[in-house]
Design a protein around this ligand. Sequence first.
Ligand code: NOJ
Length: 523
Amino acid sequence: MNWWRDAVIYQVYPRSFADSDGDGIGDLLGLVDKLDYLANTLGVDAIWLCPVYPSPQIDFGYDISDHTAIDPVFGTDADFAELITAAHARGLKLIIDFVPNHTSDQHPWFQESRAGKDNPKRDWYVWADPRPDGTPPSNWTSEQGGSTWEFDQATGQYYLHSFHRTQPDVNWRNPELRAAMLKVLRHWLDRGVDGFRIDVLHLIAKDPAFTDNPPRPLPAPNGTDLQHPDYDTQWHLHDRLHPDLDGYITEIRALLDEYTARTGQERIAIGEVEAMPWTAATRFLGAQLNGVHFTFNFDFLETRWHAKALRAAIGAQEAALPPDAWPNYVLSNHDRPRLPTRLGPEHTRVAALLLLTLRGTPTLYYGEELGLSDLPIPRERWQDPLGRDQVRGPMPWTSTEHTTWLPANAHYLANTVESQLADPHSTLTLYCRLLALRRANPALHRGDYQALAGLPEHCLAYLRGTPAHTLAVLLNLGPDPATITLPRPGNALLSTSGTAPDGTRSEFQVPAHAGLIVALTRR
Ligand code: NOJ
């Protein structure tokens, strides 16, 4: 039980991962072909697969038109069955995306809902009358820019869409809609999936009175970029996080627990929620830890890349989580700039060491293990309205096979899996070594986390330990070498910069932008 606490999760963006039929778009059988790479070469434990359901692909699969089928672009139902069998045969868990907040406007539910005010599915979505002056029911703004409300001429009402206007929000207050959504979960649980990544979970309950959001002065730059300038002009107080949310989450969890109890296969839920202080985010875990198993931790995507700031971010999560809850860490995903682009490639190796040695479940984004940067695409060629195709470039397996929906560039072709596996100093080789070391050392699974104090300015160091065994992790984020003194002597097991210092010692020279793992001698 609790496999998810020890697991390393690998996020697959299926469109860009591996293409088995040569149409330029990745697919399920392509992923099946790469399971040995994931399970054995790299050595991860679970896959999170982004949406593969039928979709007009306006939001690249997050606009679902059929929750229980596979989009032909990704393969067939039989391919999905093959994927799950082949993954399980290799000891890999499979987590899939569940998108509860909205559907595509092509979904039959919405087609019915918009057919008339008296349609039985009208209330499955969020419809409201215009204000007396004809304007939308509230001032809420969408991440895609503009109002979240779209007027429907035929029925004279507005429908709500927190994202693109082709992604109408469903109404979780309607018991039939809720039952239909839980039925979707049952479908995939019956197919054998190990869990769900739940899209924008914080959004599924809104103020039923549609109270206006208060204006927000545009924040001054603080080291984090504004993701959505228009959207960020208001405090999103009323279009999310309504107290009804908690009940919906426990309903989902109860269903997962029912399957876990009945089948002996533990099923989990990971919530994707917007950035918020940890004290607020613990709400999603449920008062009796009867909510999601964890919420994705996006701190490392947003915190300033400075030793003090990172240490504070780690400490904040550690301090806020209830005793039996479990931390997690993420460096990149399909919505955000890749780490080498955001911070500079010199930070890639230290970031890998950090991700894979902290207390908590790490999630890697495909291509992260290759140190890939974003794929630059001029604005006029963006396929995603927010330009996120730049972070969804094709996984470069070899330098020859690249007729893909987004053409790889020279950087991608110079950093293939094939070439990096042959290079003992590559980023991929470092990831493989770190993952092997993590697997071999229980101290890195459930061992305690203890930050070390009194370090040079750009350094971060911590102990991970069980009573039997303690490892120290030393990271130098700065541009100059630094010396770190440990509370007791140890032997370096791994260095991100190549050769680890010899012998048993307490004082370690850590090169610029490098890190070490040290096994401490027993007391
Ligand atoms: C979050 C997903 O990660 C993103 O890709 C998507 O556009 C929105 N939710 C809407 O589903």
